[in-house]
Design a protein around this ligand. Structure first.
Ligand code: MN
Length: 246
């Protein structure tokens, strides 16, 4: 069984070297996302020899305002990877004031992705799902959209599915009854597991990428599908998405 974590911040753990080493030892397949363009090269070096771990070029919406000078670095690094993330928009209390600017930067990023022939993009949308979906709808050639830690309404979910979005599902989404219900409406052939570690936690402890297997167990109860069958679905989805990303 392949162990997959499609959204993890390896560079932000207390000991990134140990996490990278341990992930290698355990054979985990990881999309290693970053939060700033300047973090990309260092993060890529952490796992450079590991073919199972791919580093995504990111620009987190919470950092877009204070680091807008890094957009040119983003453009320069983009040809180095088929994976982009974490990017997106955040409309929560502390970041709402920069939402308009975040939207502009995201449009800019998606436009660069479209010009580059399309990328696989891990997207943040807390408190701004409608803003995000509007932007995605306007730039369909940007590539394959993977909505990470999705928290929209049922209608948003239907909209995102119609746009062909993929969903990476983590423990936070499985913690609440409404989150678990939502999972039933996600197309099974576009679901991948994620930990969002070290931000994703269980029992107050940061999740490690190899703990992504907990997600299949929890989803299994909700969907009435055996964990091994779910893991097979995750593996097939992962193979399909990475093949599309080449
Ligand atoms: Mn994240």
């Amino acid at each position: 069984m392949a162990l997959i974590d499609f959204h993890c911040h390896i560079d932000l753990y207390d000991d990134p070297f140990w996490v990278a080493q341990e992930a290698e030892r355990r054979g985990v397949y990881i999309l290693s996302v970053t939060t700033t363009p300047s973090a990309f090269e260092g993060t890529q070096k952490l796992t450079a020899k590991n073919n199972r771990i791919r580093t995504a070029l990111g620009f987190h919406p919470e950092l877009v305002s204070s680091r807008s000078c890094e957009l040119s670095l983003f453009q320069k690094l983009l040809p180095l990877t088929p994976y982009v993330g974490e990017v997106g928009v955040d409309g929560s209390k502390h970041h709402r004031s920069s939402l308009e600017h975040q939207c502009e930067v995201l449009m800019n990023i998606l436009n660069m992705c479209a010009k580059a022939g399309g990328k696989t993009i891990s997207l943040h949308s807390r408190g701004a799902v409608k803003h995000l979906l509007q932007i995605l709808e306007a730039e369909p050639l940007a590539g394959r959209f993977v909505l990470h830690w999705f928290s929209g309404t049922d209608r948003d979910l239907a909209w995102a599915s119609d746009l062909g979005c993929w969903f990476s599902i983590g423990p936070a989404m499985l913690n609440s009854e409404t989150g678990r219900k939502k999972i039933r409406a996600i197309p099974l052939d576009r679901i991948l597991p994620e930990t969002d570690g070290p931000f994703g936690m269980t029992a107050g402890q940061p999740l490690f990428p190899w703990e992504a297997n907990q997600i299949a167990n929890t989803m299994s109860e909700e969907l009435k599908i055996a964990p091994c069958e779910l893991n097979k679905i995750f593996s097939d989805n992962f193979k399909r998405l990475t093949a599309l990303s080449l």
